[in-house]
Design a protein around this ligand. Structure first.
Ligand code: FES
Ligand SMILES: [Fe+2]
Length: 337
């Protein structure tokens, strides 16, 4: 149904109905997001029992991060009796007890006991244990999936070098912030995926990133854009992991953006700031992220109005400046078909 030529010089962009049709939007929940890996936290900010919702607004899957001697795991946070949410606030404990009718589970999700169930046939069975999510850690960042189309290492083995020790050591989550954008989630992502617009849209950023040196490298399920400063040093690296995760590497640390679809024309973007060296915070490409965000949102919200036009359906790509956007559209088309 969606077809993006693999030759960028021949290809046309996604048809506008992808950004405007509520049925297609709903289908992307199962076809793209339920099969994706989602960021669910960071090792340093996870309590022993830590409830999380996997991709709120789209998947809304209640999960529970559990920290044990053997490490962190991610299990369902839904009681197997009658679906009460088990843990509502971060806490600690040796077992999990449902506060609805007292069913108890071990920290690895095994059902331990249930009051008033004598004589119940085929009970307990493995259906009474809490399912475990596919789960992975990279550089301290924690990822979980509902039914992933690929294994985590398969998705990230070609970009994992970005998360090696010196880069991810000593990161502290210092701030979180949410932006609400009146546009389709993919419009927000595809804007992020090209630096083409920087000289036009981001005057301030343009003065610290040398546009001529801006490069895009494509990976299996990711892309990395690199901007150099006038001395030829890396000013910023922008990593995108399909379908909705952005890791922005700056001299001071990492700014993480999670793009959360809410409706066909509404998106929440969660910013998480992980600082390693705060003396560098006000310098270079990672200095004024709020201004850059406002400039991007204004453009993306206008595009949402534009894709509704009867006169617009599909566009074309710049072969030198829009490889990331083309690659992103190809992955969307693959997942949706
Ligand atoms: S719903 Fe958990 S014990 Fe009944
Ligand atoms: Fe931008």
């Amino acid at each position: 149904m969606f077809d993006i030529d693999k030759d960028i010089k021949k290809a046309r962009t996604l048809p506008s109905e992808f950004y405007t049709d509520a049925k297609i939007f709903a289908a992307s929940g199962e076809k793209i997001f339920a099969r994706s890996w989602q960021l669910v936290g960071h090792t340093d900010s996870v309590e022993q029992l830590h409830p999380k919702t996997i991709l709120p607004g789209m998947l809304n899957e209640p999960a529970l991060l559990v920290r044990t001697q053997e490490g962190i795991r991610c299990i369902s946070n839904v009681c197997t009796h009658r679906a009460m949410l088990l843990v509502e606030e971060p806490c600690s404990g040796d077992l999990i007890r449902c506060r609805y009718h007292g069913r108890r589970f071990s920290l690895d999700g095994r059902m331990l006991s249930m009051p008033e169930f004598d004589g119940v046939e085929n009970f307990p069975s493995e259906n009474d244990d809490l399912p475990e999510f596919p789960f992975a850690e990279m550089g301290g960042f924690l990822f979980a999936a509902v039914s992933p189309s690929v294994k985590f290492w398969e998705m990230t083995d070609d970009i994992a070098w970005l998360f090696d020790r010196p880069t991810t050591e000593g990161l502290r989550l210092t701030a979180t912030r949410e932006y609400e954008v009146n546009a389709h989630w993919a419009l927000y992502c595809e804007n992020y995926l090209e630096g083409f617009h920087i000289p036009y849209v981001h005057q301030g950023l343009n003065s610290v990133v040398n546009y001529g040196s801006y490069t895009t490298d494509l990976y299996k399920y990711a892309s990395i854009q690199t901007g150099l400063d006038d001395n030829g040093d890396v000013a910023a690296r922008y990593l995108f992991i399909f379908p909705n995760l952005m890791f922005n590497f700056y001299p001071w640390g990492i700014s993480v953006n999670i793009v959360r679809p809410v409706a066909v024309d509404r998106t929440i973007v969660e910013f998480q700031t992980f600082v390693r060296d705060e003396t560098l915070l006000e310098k270079g490409a990672g200095a004024d992220l709020h201004t850059v965000e406002m400039e991007d949102e204004a453009v993306v919200e206008n595009v949402q109005k534009g894709v509704r036009s009867r006169f617009y359906d599909r566009g074309r790509y710049s072969p030198t400046r829009e490889q990331g956007t083309h690659h992103f559209h190809r992955m969307i088309a693959d997942a949706m078909n």
